[in-house]
Every structure is written in structure tokens, then in C-alpha cells.
Design a protein around this ligand. Structure first.
Ligand code: FAQ
Length: 311
């Protein structure tokens, strides 16, 4: 069958809502775009462990510490599912990690901001996991089978992460004046960076048109951002928090919140590697990888030994 015919059938299969599986024919650009997006998603999960890891030893009590530890371990698990799912497309774990370590691959912009107070743990769970979940619920419908199935499981865990974050925020807001002020101050820092997690809009979202046609993505970046804002503003209001946007206004006709233009210069600067924490995050990842070499070697030696015993 020639390439044109294969492509036609591929598109028809997607349009019928059928999943593409690892051994199915797929255009090279579909494979490449998915490896890029899924590996960057996996990198975000493991780099995303770092800002929260910063607070494990300083959690305010044992219960909070146990919850935070469990959540961070979940993120490692998400990274594992996603790296494994990306491997089904022919990418190797080493290639993907090399690209993260030498700066060729991106990870979510949000993890280049520092976590300065305990209230930031609330904001990461409520806003960052909340935004991640809105995006990932949509991705459960992605056309690539292994990615779609990974998303189903990840979303269940993200829902728990989102609630534990909101519970931290709710507790601070019901506490002393200082605690409530701490929550408000954290919201002031995290609100706009959380909105840029959904990626740029219009022509700056270079991958969107083709990704939507192939149903890699099911909704564009701006629609998901708007969904997140509509969902989150009432949650802030319920706790007496003020969204730090003077232009935030409910539009009854369009049933959505209008909001200020985002600072795209800052966003592009952060994803180019110049955010407040980029260098520290990549260094921490590289150090962890180097220090884990003996574990990988031990696992390989064990696997070899088992193989020779079976043979
Ligand atoms: N950060 O054409 P588009 C989490 C880049 S998981 C950095 O719109 P696309 C869990 C983009 O890569 C959070 N770069 O791109 C957790 C492209 O550059 P490239 C991660 C960004 O791929 C919670 C360029 O801009 N989630 O948080 C960002 O169609 C708490 C043009 O953009 C996912 O990765 C950004 N925010 O749409 C863990 C979900 N936005 O690659 C720990 C899967 C855009 O050509 C604690 N990914 N760029 O060099 C997606 O849905 C999509 O990739 C988007 C971007 C929507 C992120």
C-alpha cells in the first residue's frame, strides 16, 4: 500500500475513534510528536518531584509529611508509566533522559518556580495538579492507546493530589490571620504561572493544528486554560482568597471568566532555560541520575544472572 493510502486509512481510523497501538502503521510525524510530548510529560513528572521534595523535612506534622511523601512517590510512578508508554514508540529511556539532561527536551514551565513557604505545597496540589488534571482528563481521549491508558490511571491519582492541596489551602484559610495571609501570598505568586502551564495560544502553539487533527490533543491550549479558570475561581472565593487579577470578570453571555493577558515574555524566557530555578532543577536531576548509577548497574547484573540461570 502506498504512503498516501496508508495515511488516509490512518486518519479514518482516528476519525472513527479507534486507538492507534504500538505495532500499527503510523506516520513518522505522529510518532515524533508523541515521543516529544510524552517524554516531556514524563520529565515534568519527575522534575515536578523536586519543588515538593524541598518540603518533606519541613512539613508541619507527621500526617502532612506522610501525605506529601505519598504524593511525591505517585509523581515518580507517573514518570515511569509515561517513559514506558513512550518506549512503545521506539524511544529509549537513555535517549529521553539524555535529552532532559542536556537541555534539548523541555519539562513544564511551572517547575522552574521556587516553593518558598508551606502554603506553596497547597498551591502546587490545588493549582498545579488541578491544571495538570484538566489537561490530562482531556488527554484520556488521545488517539495513542498506551498514552490514553496511562492517563486514566494518572488522573485518578491527580484527583487525590488536587484535593490534598486544596485541603492544605482550606486549613490555612481557616487558621490565624498570618496563615491566611500566607495562603494569599502564595496564590499571588502561583496564579499566573499555573495558567501558562497550558501552553501558548494561537500561532505560538505550533504543534496544535496537527495534534488536534490526529487527536493526539483533544482540546486546544486556550480552551483548557479557560476550563481551569472557570473551575478554580469559585474554589478560591469559597475560601475567601482573592485571585490576583484586576481584570477577572464573569461574562454571563459566554459563561466564562474574562482574565488579563498573560505574560508570554516571561513564559518563553522560562522555557528557554532562564526561569528562577531552571539551572538548579536540571542539576538536581543530573545528580540524582549519576548517584543512581549503582542501582541501574545492580539491576542489570541481577537480570543477567537470572537470564543465565534460566538458560
Ligand atoms: N512548559 O505547540 P505547543 C504535572 C512548549 S504534568 C514548557 O502548544 P504542545 C504533574 C512546547 O513543548 C505537567 N514548555 O506545544 C505534576 C513547544 O515546544 P517544543 C505537564 C511548554 O506540546 C503536578 C512549544 O512550547 N503536562 O504537572 C509549555 O502541543 C505536580 C509550543 O507549544 C504535560 O506535559 C509549558 N507549560 O502543547 C507533577 C501534559 N507549554 O516541544 C508534580 C502533556 C508549551 O516544540 C507535581 N502535554 N510548551 O520545543 C501537553 O498537553 C502539551 O505538550 C502542552 C503543550 C499543552 C503542555
Amino acid at each position: 500500500m502506498n504512503e498516501e493510502k496508508l495515511l488516509e486509512e490512518f486518519q479514518a481510523k482516528i476519525d472513527r475513534g479507534e486507538k492507534i497501538e504500538p505495532n500499527d502503521w503510523m506516520p513518522d510525524a505522529y510518532r515524533k510528536n508523541l515521543i516529544r510530548m510524552m517524554s516531556q510529560h514524563a520529565h515534568s513528572e519527575i522534575v515536578g518531584m523536586l519543588p515538593e521534595g524541598n518540603w518533606i523535612t519541613r512539613a508541619p506534622n507527621l500526617r502532612r509529611k506522610m501525605i506529601l511523601l505519598a504524593k511525591i512517590q505517585d509523581e515518580a510512578g507517573h514518570g515511569l508509566y509515561l517513559y514506558s508508554a513512550a518506549e512503545t514508540l521506539g524511544a529509549t529511556r537513555e535517549e529521553m533522559l539524555d535529552a532532559l539532561h542536556d537541555g534539548r527536551a523541555k519539562y513544564s514551565s511551572i517547575f522552574n518556580y521556587p516553593t518558598l513557604t508551606w502554603a506553596d505545597m497547597g498551591m502546587v496540589g490545588w493549582l498545579v495538579d488541578g491544571a495538570a488534571m484538566v489537561n490530562q482528563v482531556s488527554l484520556m481521549g488521545t488517539s495513542y492507546g498506551p498514552y490514553s491508558r496511562a492517563m486514566v490511571r494518572i488522573c485518578k491519582e491527580e484527583a487525590f493530589h488536587n484535593r490534598q492541596g486544596y485541603e492544605i489551602v482550606a486549613t490555612l484559610c481557616a487558621g490565624t490571620e498570618e496563615q491566611k495571609a500566607m495562603a494569599q501570598e502564595a496564590l499571588n505568586r502561583w496564579w499566573f504561572p499555573a495558567l501558562t502551564m497550558f501552553g501558548p495560544k494561537g500561532a505560538d502553539s505550533v504543534h496544535s493544528d496537527q495534534a488536534l487533527k490526529w487527536q493526539i490533543k483533544r482540546e486546544d491550549n486556550e480552551s483548557l486554560r479557560q476550563k481551569f479558570i472557570n473551575m478554580t475561581v469559585p474554589q478560591a472565593e469559597a475560601r475567601g482568597l482573592v485571585i490576583p487579577d484586576p481584570n477577572l470578570k464573569w461574562n454571563e453571555d459566554e459563561k466564562r471568566y474574562e482574565y488579563s493577558e498573560l505574560n508570554w515574555d516571561e513564559f518563553f524566557n522560562v522555557i528557554k532555560g532562564n526561569g528562577p530555578m531552571n539551572k538548579e532543577r536540571v542539576k538536581a536531576r543530573k545528580d540524582a541520575h549519576d548517584k543512581g548509577l549503582w542501582v541501574r548497574q545492580a539491576a542489570e547484573a541481577y537480570a543477567e544472572k537470572r537470564k543465565s540461570k534460566v538458560a
